[in-house]
Design a protein around this ligand. Structure first.
Ligand code: FAD
Length: 391
């Protein structure tokens, strides 16, 4: 039995082909049956449910848009739809998946040479090897394109990496960690395939997060970490190449925000129809309906926006500013939607068992990662005015 599709008011799902719709429903069923029953407990304990990885692999939804290497090679639109379906149940699991399939596999797909792609992508597609992506640092977040402190130096045989990375999702258990570092000689940013067993690589779990508690974020320390030239991403020659990966994944984060908002809206709608006060369901009160309609209108605007965003991605015309605008708009509106959802649940809105509390917390992470609201706004601002506020 499928849950009702309350959160698709304009029937955007009907724009999908039958095959695409089938895949969407397969992911939805999996998330409802296998993941929803687990997530509040794992979120509470800040642990990762490793038992879902094998089942996840069977869905064959890793590396959705990539061609070859066992990847499905479906439109970007499907990648977005899948991100929405996963985040609609849990944003942490969606982040685990986005980091692995988007950021880590995407770096190898867009910046690796053929040998590197052959070595990693088929195993990562099957989730036999898990990936992470290390860009942000303890001292440098938004300004990482300009102020990266992690260094790499070629000693004639190997690259020597030194520095720290912060917030790196999946890195406590990942097999392969893409590390971005500044070459002390050319001053350009380069990308490296760092294997977890590389001497000089250490990942320590970050504790006490109030959002995305299932995601295992790590502080990474690189101490004279020796990487062979064959593990340098051969087509990553400057931060411009890093940005190509981020453009692709930022579109995915916008979809993730939509999923988070949709999950919260659907939980809130269901709750207000069941919960009675003053002898009537609270859904019958005008002020509650106003909240629900504000939520739905924002959600519908977001959905239509990301739908077009993915179409542009499939048409090959997506720019950084297109992706940034959607990321800013959707993460802002999601914050508003989850807080209204929390409001109509009354006290139950802060209890994990009703799901909404988790969405409220997790929306805060979506708001800040993959470029904060300010940074993505400045990317759009630069494009529309011609003036860069970064310099
Ligand atoms: P800062 O850059 O210190 O910014 C602080 C504030 O200053 C923000 O409000 C920002 O918008 C504002 N600000 C900065 N510069 C300007 C300016 N020029 N004008 C106006 N305002 C400005 N990174 C990875 O590499 N890999 C990961 O897997 C990863 N996962 C993450 C998971 C989570 C849960 C979180 C929270 C973060 C993750 N990140 C990851 C890092 C994330 O991308 C950064 O947190 C983000 O880029 C912001 O950097 P910062 O937190 O250092 O904030």
């Amino acid at each position: 039995q499928l849950p009702p599709i309350d959160g698709d008011f304009y029937n955007l799902d009907l724009k999908l082909t039958e095959e695409q719709r089938e895949l969407q429903l397969k992911v939805r069923n999996f998330m409802e049956d296998e993941v929803r029953p687990l997530v509040n407990d794992y979120w509470n304990k800040a642990k990762f449910p490793f038992e879902i990885i094998e089942k996840f692999a069977k869905l064959n939804i890793t590396g959705v848009p990539y061609k070859g290497y066992g990847c499905p090679n479906l439109p970007f639109l499907m990648e977005g739809i899948i991100a929405q379906e996963i985040a609609r149940v849990d944003v942490s699991i969606s982040t685990f998946f986005g980091v692995h399939s988007g950021l880590a596999m995407g770096s190898i797909y867009l910046c690796g040479n053929e040998e590197q792609k052959q070595e990693w992508l088929p195993k990562m597609q099957k989730l036999e090897k898990i990936g992470a992506f290390g860009l942000t640092e303890p001292n440098v977040g938004s300004a990482v394109s300009q102020g990266m402190e992690t260094t790499c130096k070629f000693d004639g045989e190997n690259w020597i990496l030194n520095g720290q990375k912060k917030w790196i999702g999946n890195a406590t258990f990942a097999d392969v960690i893409i590390i971005w570092a500044k070459d002390v000689d050319s001053h350009q940013v380069k990308g490296f395939i760092v294997r977890k067993e590389n001497p000089g690589f250490k990942a320590e779990k970050m504790e006490d997060k109030m959002a995305l508690r299932i995601v295992q974020n790590a502080i990474i320390t690189l101490s004279d970490c020796k990487i062979p030239e064959s593990d340098r991403l051969q087509n990553a020659n400057s931060f411009r190449d890093t940005s190509k990966v981020l453009k692709m994944t930022r579109a995915g984060v916008a979809w993730q925000a939509v999923g988070c908002a949709r999950g919260a809206y659907e939980s809130a709608l269901k709750y207000t129809k069941k919960r009675e006060q003053f002898g009537k369901p609270i859904a019958s009160y005008q002020l509650v309906q106003n909240h629900l309609v504000e939520m739905l209108s924002n959600l519908t605007a977001m959905q239509t926006m990301v739908f077009r965003l993915s179409e542009m991605q499939d048409e090959g015309i997506l720019t950084d500013e297109h992706a940034s605008l959607a990321k800013v708009y959707c993460s802002m509106r999601t914050r508003d939607i989850v807080s209204r959802a929390r409001e109509v649940l009354g006290g139950n809105g802060i209890l994990l068992e009703h799901d909404v509390a988790r969405f409220v917390a997790d929306a805060e992470a979506i708001y800040s990662y993959e470029g904060t609201k300010e940074i993505n706004s400045l990317i759009v601002g630069r494009a529309i005015t011609g003036y860069s506020a970064f310099v």
